[in-house]
Design a binder for this molecule. Sequence first.
Ligand code: HEC
Ligand code: HEC
Length: 292
Amino acid sequence: MVKGLAYLAAIVCLSGGGFLYLSSMAGLSDAELKAALPERFVKEVSRGELIFHMGGCAHCHSHSDNKTILIGGKGLETDFGTFYAPNISPDKETGIGAWSDADFVNAMREGISPEGQHYYPSFPYLSYAQVSLTDLLHLKAYLETLPAAHGRAPEHQLFFPFNIRPALAFWKVLAQRDVPDNRIDDSSEGWERGQYIVNGIGHCGVCHTPRDVFFVEDKSRPFMGAKALKDGEKAAPRIAGLDADKILNALSEWSGAIDERSSMYLVTLSYSHHVPLEDHEAIADYLARLEQ
Ligand code: HEC
Ligand code: HEC
């Protein structure tokens, strides 16, 4: 905890540059979003459903066996405390039913709420930032088809100093990433498609990439394995340069390669039931070709 405080102090010292950066990070307006979309763009619910399963939204935002009721409230235990994922069902009052497209895009890509608050990275927005605007809007269209559920999740129970939400602004400066130009869509093939899924909606690095002292993913060692977010839980092994067969097995439930008690198991369930084999192959192709 003392270490945590020292880091926080260091983060606050970086604030000068931080404010400059943050002032340029206000997110898109509805008009700017519209201008950034292809002409005659139409939302596709079925594409949104695939993106939903690849992104594992239900792992955190559903609270029961019914994975389409995104009422939130499930506790995510970490060494920083317990996070409770909020209601993202279409309920207008307690969910996100009243959000505009730009509100949604800004949450998913900038980690900013419609009120301008910063989100904790327990919501993997740094990865979702790599998802194309069109895929995000397909996803929103799918979420709108799910049942509206009324209810609020409990407040996060975090240890000091992690409970100071505004401090996230400084953390975001440290964690800032270049968004690659190759924001591709469903049309691309093989390796490229694999890199798009793995680094974006699949957020595989959130668990598999080691973190530095500021808890930022160490981009010089992508997918080289990392300890679990909570002490005592199963670590995520290195998946860079792994045999393609091993990767394919880990994404299919019936191979039995993944322990049901590990945090990977939910990923395996989503990918085996809802994501086509050609996407598994693209993921395996991308990861297997990375340097160890
Ligand atoms: C690992 C768990 C996890 C996953 C996976 C996840 N989220 Fe979340 N999400 C959270 C948490 C925790 C928060 C709250 C963050 C905070 O309070 O700062 C959140 C917040 C949000 C918010 C802001 C809601 C509000 O009321 O302000 C939206 C929108 C959201 N998530 C959408 C999604 C979507 C869509 C997906 C799938 C593509 C997804 N999330 C996947 C944990 C998760
Ligand atoms: C919530 C954390 C988490 C996420 C997200 C996650 N993994 Fe994992 N992964 C793990 C853990 C933990 C293990 C170890 C599981 C076990 O041994 O049962 C694992 C195991 C694996 C393995 C098996 C490695 C081996 O040596 O056999 C592969 C391959 C893998 N993950 C690929 C992926 C891919 C691809 C993604 C993104 C689509 C992903 N993981 C997302 C936590 C995660």
